[in-house]
Design a protein around this ligand. Structure first.
Ligand code: NAD
Length: 459
C-alpha cells in the first residue's frame, strides 16, 4: 500500500508543532487549538461529490456509472486536479489524490487548491462515442461546482487532451457567453492548450534529478563534504561518475525522461534499460532513445516485444523480463509507470542508489522506510512529477489572457518554478534527519498552515 497522504500530513504537523520557528505567534493553548484545527482541515476534504452518470450504450442498454469529484482544499486558490478513468477508482483513492494535489500546489507555490475526479470504468470497454457521452455527462452532473475560478480539472490516468476538449466543449454549451478557456487544462493546442504541456511532467521529473546531481552538487560541494549526512555521502559518491539509468514505463512521462537523459550534456549518463507493460530492453552501452521513440509512435505506444521485433526495427537491445528492470545493477532508477512497484517482496533487491518517482506513489510505505534507512536518495512524486500541474497553471493563465507562450517560454517558466522549490527543499534534506518526502510535506503543510492562520481560519 502506498503511503497514506493524510498520515504524512499528520506527521508533518507533529514535527512543526515542536519547531519554535513555526507560527511563533501561537503559544500554549492557542497553539494546541490551532494544531487541532489544522489536523481536521487538512485531513478531511471540503466536499466529496458523487454521482451516477446515466449513459446510453450503443447496444441499447443504459448504464449508471459511478463518478466522483473531490474538492479537498481551496485556501490557496481554485480547486485543481485531474480526472481519472479507471476500473480501480474508489472514493478513498480520490480523496487521497485530492489531498496530494493540495500539498503539491502548496509545495510548488502554484496558486491552486487540491481536487481530483474519478470515474469507475475501464476506457477500453467503451466505444469512442460512448466515451464522448460519458465526458459530457460528467460535465453536466458536476457543472455547478467546476469552472475557471472554482475547480479546474485536467487529464489523469485514462483521460487525455481528447477528453479535455470534449469536456470544455460541453462546459461552453452549458455556460453560454461565459469565459471557458480556463475551465479545463491539458487541452489540445488548437483548442487553447499550452505548448509544452504534454512533455512537462517528464521534463520536470528529469530536472529534479539533474538539478540535484549537477547544479546543487556543484554549488554545495564543500558544505556537503562537511555535513556527514548519509544522503550527502551518497550524492558525493556519484560525483562526476558516469551514471547508468533505468526507466520503468515508456509512456508520456517515461519516454520524455529517457529523452532528456539521452540528450543531457550536463551529466555524464547513459540509459541502459527501459521497460513497458510487456518487456524490458537492455543495452550496457546505452539504448538509442530517439529511435525507440520513433518505434513506439508507429506501434501503438509499445516497445518492440521480442528479439524478432527488435531486429526488424534495426535496434540494438537485449530483451529481458518486464520486472527485471527494477533490480538491474544501475545507479539511477526512474519509476514512471504505476503505483506500488517497489514493495516488500522486491525492496531488498533494488540496486540503484537514486530512485526518482515519476508516477504517483510507486513505492509502498514499507519499502519507502526500508530504502530510506539504506541511504537511498528518493526524489518523491510530490516534488518530481509536478511539471504537469505547473504547466496546467501556465495554460490557465494563457487562457485568461488569451495570450499564448512559445514552447521555449513554457519550458523556461517550468524550470524556474521547479528550481525555486529545489532550492527550498534540497538543503535541509542534506543536513537534517528527515527524508526528502518528509521535507516536502513539512514545507507544504507549513505554507498551508500559515495562510490558514493569516486568514483567521484556525479557530
Ligand atoms: P502512460 O499511460 O502514457 O504510460 C505508462 C507506461 O507504463 C506505458 O509505457 C506502459 O506500457 C507502462 N507500464 C504499465 N504497466 C507497467 C509495468 N507493470 N511495468 C513497466 N511498465 C509498465 O502514462 P503516463 O502519463 O506516462 O503516466 C505514468 C505515471 O505517471 C502514472 O502513474 C501517472 O499517474 C503519473 N503521472 C503522470 C502525469 C502526466 O502528466 N502524464 C503527471 C503526474 C503523474
Amino acid at each position: 500500500m502506498a503511503k497514506n497522504t493524510g498520515a504524512i500530513v499528520q506527521a508533518s504537523l507533529d514535527a512543526l508543532f515542536n519547531d519554535s520557528r513555526f507560527l511563533p505567534e501561537l503559544q500554549d493553548e492557542t497553539r494546541e487549538k490551532a494544531l487541532r484545527s489544522l489536523r481536521s482541515i487538512l485531513s478531511t476534504p471540503n466536499q466529496v461529490h458523487k454521482s451516477f452518470l446515466r449513459v446510453p450504450l450503443e447496444n441499447g442498454e443504459v448504464v449508471r456509472i459511478p463518478a466522483f469529484r473531490v474538492q479537498h482544499n481551496n485556501i490557496l486558490g481554485a480547486y485543481k486536479g485531474g480526472i481519472r478513468f479507471h476500473e480501480s477508482v474508489n472514493e478513498n483513492e480520490v480523496v487521497n489524490l485530492a489531498t496530494l494535489m493540495t500539498l503539491k500546489n502548496a509545495l510548488h507555490d502554484v496558486p491552486f487548491g487540491g481536487a481530483k475526479g474519478g470515474v469507475i470504468l475501464s476506457p477500453r470497454n467503451y466505444t469512442v462515442r460512448e466515451l464522448h457521452i460519458i465526458c459530457k455527462k460528467y460535465v453536466q452532473y458536476f457543472s455547478g461546482i467546476i469552472g475557471p475560478d472554482k475547480d479546474i480539472p485536467a487529464p489523469d490516468m485514462g483521460t487525455s487532451e481528447r477528453e479535455m476538449d470534449w469536456m470544455m466543449g460541453e462546459y461552453k454549451s452549458i455556460h453560454p457567453g461565459q469565459s471557458y478557456l480556463g475551465s479545463f487544462t491539458g487541452k489540445s493546442i488548437i483548442n487553447g492548450g499550452s505548448y509544452g504541456r504534454r512533455t512537462a511532467t517528464g521534463k520536470g521529473v528529469y530536472y529534479s534529478f539533474r538539478y540535484m546531481f549537477h547544479d546543487f552538487l556543484l554549488a554545495n560541494k564543500t558544505w556537503l563534504e562537511k555535513s556527514g549526512n548519509m544522503y550527502a555521502k551518497n550524492l558525493l559518491g556519484n560525483y562526476e561518475k558516469p551514471l547508468t539509468m533505468a526507466i520503468q514505463g515508456f509512456g508520456n512521462v517515461g519516454s520524455i525522461v529517457a529523452l532528456e537523459a539521452f540528450s543531457c550534456s550536463k551529466i555524464n549518463n547513459k540509459v541502459i534499460a527501459v521497460s513497458d507493460h510487456n518487456i524490458t530492453l537492455y543495452h550496457s552501452e546505452g539504448l538509442n532513445i530517439p529511435k525507440l521513440m520513433e518505434y513506439t509512435k508507429s506501434n501503438g505506444g509499445d516497445l518492440p516485444k521480442n528479439k524478432k521485433e527488435i531486429d526488424a526495427a534495426g535496434l540494438d537491445a537485449t530483451p529481458l523480463e518486464r520486472e527485471k528492470l527494477l533490480t538491474l545493477d544501475t545507479d539511477v532508477l526512474f519509476l514512471a509507470a504505476l503505483e506500488d512497484q517497489i514493495h516488500q517482496k522486491n525492496m531488498q533487491n533494488i540496486n540503484a542508489t537514486v530512485i526518482v518517482e515519476g508516477a504517483n506513489a510507486p513505492i509502498t510505505g514499507l519499502a519507502d522506510d526500508y530504502l530510506k534507512d539504506k541511504g537511498k536518495i528518493i526524489i518523491p512524486d510530490i516534488l518530481a512529477n509536478a511539471g504537469g500541474v505547473i504547466v496546467s497553471y501556465l495554460e490557465w493563465l494563457q487562457g485568461k489572457d488569451t495570450q499564448f507562450y512559445t514552447e521555449k517560454e513554457v519550458n523556461y517558466r517550468l524550470y524556474e518554478k521547479m528550481k525555486h522549490t529545489f532550492e527550498v527543499v534540497y538543503p535541509p534534506y542534506f543536513s537534517d534527519p528527515f527524508s526528502l518526502r518528509e521535507n516536502c510535506y513539512i514545507h507544504a503543510v507549513m505554507k498551508l498552515s500559515t495562510v490558514l492562520f493569516k486568514q483567521g481560519k484556525l479557530y
